[in-house]
Design a protein around this ligand. Structure first.
Ligand SMILES: C[S@@+](CC[C@H](N)C(=O)[O-])C[C@H]1O[C@@H](n2cnc3c(N)ncnc32)[C@H](O)[C@@H]1O
Length: 248
């Protein structure tokens, strides 16, 4: 009886409450303004692309523009670092692809390798609004980014496994955006592994001032890593960047 009631209420709740909360969709956000296809891709990137192909058919999911790369300061901080000469970007944590598409449209000749297990982070899994999106998160990401598929390689896995694959294939990203697990240990681990595998990449990230209640875990991890390696942290809003120049 209880199960029957739940089965009845859940779809009603979804369609009446949650679906209504989806923002209006501006289709322009989903258009690839850069190269449709990149010529002369480095051999290792071509091999990775063949190894992790897109599905032949577009999945069935609604476009969903939700994402965390919207405010001007953060967007400008990121796009200032990208341009026509950017070749390879690695993104740790893509969600529904807002930041992915922003980078692809700002680096018009680049390939983005998007690493995400598309299970959501703890804060999404515990939140009723985000939780309801999780079963279709990956399909929605694919639909949102469908126009970019020639320049986008999704690796559906944990960041550790994804970075290892990218490293083992001999790929050298120009820029790495760290925006996956926001726990102190998770951020520290992502930065440390990214810097070990890809010492020449620019390492940047989001959510520096995130989660006051939990004592700013992202800030703590970034600052701790920088201190331990004698690096400088640049902050623009919630955007952070590690600078290789040493601090005295
Ligand atoms: C804050 S969201 C990314 C937001 C996205 N960059 C944007 O700006 O819209 C964090 C993402 O990281 C992913 N994630 C969290 N922990 C992860 C892990 N250990 N490995 C892979 N993905 C992870 C989640 O599935 C989620 O999609």
């Amino acid at each position: 009886m209880l199960t029957f009631a739940k089965d009845l209420v859940r779809p009603l709740y979804r369609s009446l409450i949650l679906e209504r909360r989806l923002p209006d969709v501006d289709p322009k956000q989903f258009v690839n303004h850069g190269s449709k296809q990149v010529k002369n891709l480095p051999e290792p990137v071509l091999r990775l692309k063949a190894e992790f192909p897109w599905p032949d058919k577009k999945p069935r999911a609604r476009l969903d523009p939700e994402g965390w790369f919207a405010d001007e300061v953060k967007v400008n901080a990121l796009i200032d670092l990208l341009g026509p000469s950017t070749k390879t970007i690695m993104e740790l944590g893509s969600w529904l692809g807002t930041s992915t598409r922003l980078m692809l449209n700002s680096a018009v000749n680049a390939v983005v390798i998007a690493i995400d297990h598309w299970q959501g982070s703890v804060e999404h899994q515990e939140n009723v609004y985000y939780k309801y999106k999780l079963p279709r998160l990956y399909d929605t990401f694919l639909v949102n980014c469908w126009d970019f598929r020639e320049r986008l390689i999704p690796l559906k896995m944990d960041t550790m496994a994804g970075m290892k694959i990218v490293f083992e294939r001999g790929i050298k990203p120009d820029l790495i955006l760290v925006d996956a697990d926001h726990s102190y240990a998770g951020v520290l681990r992502d930065i440390a592994v990214a810097r070990t595998y890809f010492p020449d990449a620019m390492i940047v990230g989001d959510d520096f001032h995130w989660n006051e209640l939990d004592h700013y875990p992202v800030k703590k991890a970034v600052e701790q890593y920088a201190r331990g390696h004698n690096l400088r942290v640049e902050i623009r809003g919630n955007f952070w960047r590690l600078h290789e120049e040493k601090v005295d």
